[in-house]
Structures are given as structure tokens and as C-alpha cells.
Design a binder for this molecule. Sequence first.
Ligand SMILES: NC(=O)c1ccc[n+]([C@@H]2O[C@H](COP(=O)([O-])OP(=O)(O)OC[C@H]3O[C@@H](n4cnc5c(N)ncnc54)[C@H](OP(=O)(O)O)[C@@H]3O)[C@@H](O)[C@H]2O)c1
Length: 263
Amino acid sequence: MIKFHALSYSIISSFISCILRIFYKGSFQLCFISQVELIDPAVKGTLNVLRSCAKVPSIRRVVVTSSMAAVAFTGQTLTADVVVDETWFSDPAVCEKLKLWYMLSKTLAEEAAWKFAKENKIDLVAINPGLVIGPLLQPTLNTSVEPVLKLINGTQTFPNITYRWVDVRDVANAHIQAFEVPSANGRYCLVSRVAHCSEVVKILHELYPTSNLPDKCADDKPFQPTYQVSQEKARSLGINFIPVEVSLNDTVESLKEKKFFSL
Ligand SMILES: NC(=O)c1ccc[n+]([C@@H]2O[C@H](COP(=O)([O-])OP(=O)(O)OC[C@H]3O[C@@H](n4cnc5c(N)ncnc54)[C@H](OP(=O)(O)O)[C@@H]3O)[C@@H](O)[C@H]2O)c1
């Protein structure tokens, strides 16, 4: 594994010289809101890596880590009977109007990646995970596990948010499969289940009945709706999604083990 700054084209080019395949996972900072801090790294970083890859004939495939953020924000109303799949592409105008800057950055980055790949005949595969939870490898808390820590760690209310939950082990596996399976192509949505935080509180209560979980929502608005995300294409890569109950259990156990909180 090598690490490089994706905004420096010259540095990337010097690294990517004799490798066969490349992962580009890019940046993920929900708190960044300006174009320079969020959109430029996503779009320019992605294009810098692809430009370097285009110069190396031995690279057979590029797998880019996109997100469900680049899939689900089309402006279409999401309800329980709606099935989101890989044909959906978030609309930059919708993201901009709703000030969804992370969604906008991932949408523009993936859009730019597909355009560049087509023009330069790169075999590109995109992985589009939902909110990634599961056991932590690193000692620090990552952004996407934070909502689980907040719920289990004595907060008074749960947020009125519906997340697209997926386990990090399925995400890692899908990246590997996207490299290894010759027929892998296009995009792969990775979501084990779409669930509102109230439902996650219920699952956590069943797993940890003595824990101090929130029992009311942070606002009085109707709950953000749930919907479905097709698993068909991910299954064709060999992904059998880990149930969200297992992911939540393993996330909490990992957070405990790493002393982020105690029950
Ligand atoms: N976590 C999720 O729930 C989730 C869901 C869907 C998609 N994704 C996507 O998955 C990818 C990784 O997310 P993550 O959650 O693992 O985020 P993360 O923990 O914040 O990791 C982001 C990584 O990007 C690196 N990075 C940031 N700016 C960079 C730059 N200019 N050049 C090179 N590397 C740079 C960071 O390096 P340093 O460690 O040196 O800062 C870090 O290794 C992102 O593309 C994100 O959009 C994440």
C-alpha cells in the first residue's frame, strides 16, 4: 500500500509507474463545505489518479470508491416501495440546491471519472457504499462510525436521519472482487439495509438491553423515509450482505474494545 497526495499530479505520476491495478479511495470529510476543501480534492484528485493511470499500459483496471451519495440524490421522492439501483445518478443541481456538498462532491467526482474513463478507454469500476460501519482497524474514530457511538453513548435524542447501512467487511470484499472478477463492470451499490436511526436504536436495545439509549427524536418532523437499494448487482460480485444487526453488534464491541466508551 502506498500513500500519496491526490492533488499533486506529478507525485502521483511518479508513484503509478509499474502497477497492475489501482484503488483510489479519495477524501471523506463531511464537515468540509467549500468547493476548495471538498469538491476540488474529490474531482481533481480522482482525475489526477486516472490521468496517471492512463499513461501506464500495465494497469488493467481502476476501482474507484464512490458512494451512495452519488446515486440516491436525484430529486425523486424516496418512499418504502422505491428501489434505488445502479442506474440512478445523483443530480448535481439537486445536491447544490439542498446544499448537500459531500453528495455533490462524490457525484461530480464519479461523473468526471466515467467521462475520463470513456475517453481514455480505462476499465473503470465504481463501488458505491452507504454509511460504512463495522469493526475499526485504526485506533481513531472514523466519521461514519460516529453516529453509532453517539447513540450508544448516552445521547438524549436520536437524529431524524435515515442511513444506508453497510458493513466495512462487505465494502472491502467488494473492492477486491471488483478487481478479481473479470466480468465486474459499471457501478455497484453496497447497502445492507436502509434504516432510520429509530430502528437502529431498537436493534441496539435488543443487543444491549441495559444500555442508556435515546427514546425520542431530535425533532418533531416526520421521520425521514426508508426505501430499498437493489442488492442484485452486488450479489453478482459474490457479496452476501452482513445483516445490520451483526454490523451494529461488531461496531459496538469494537468501540468498547478501543475504549471509546464503556457499558
Ligand atoms: N465511510 C463511509 O461511510 C463512506 C461511505 C461511502 C463512500 N465512502 C468513500 O470512501 C472513501 C474513504 O472514506 P473513509 O470513510 O475511509 O474516509 P477517511 O477515513 O476520512 O479516509 C479518507 C482517506 O483519504 C485520504 N485523503 C484525503 N485527502 C487526500 C488527498 N488529497 N490525497 C490523497 N489522499 C487523501 C486520507 O488520507 P489521510 O489519512 O492522510 O488524511 C484518508 O486516508 C471516500 O472516497 C469516501 O467518500 C465512505
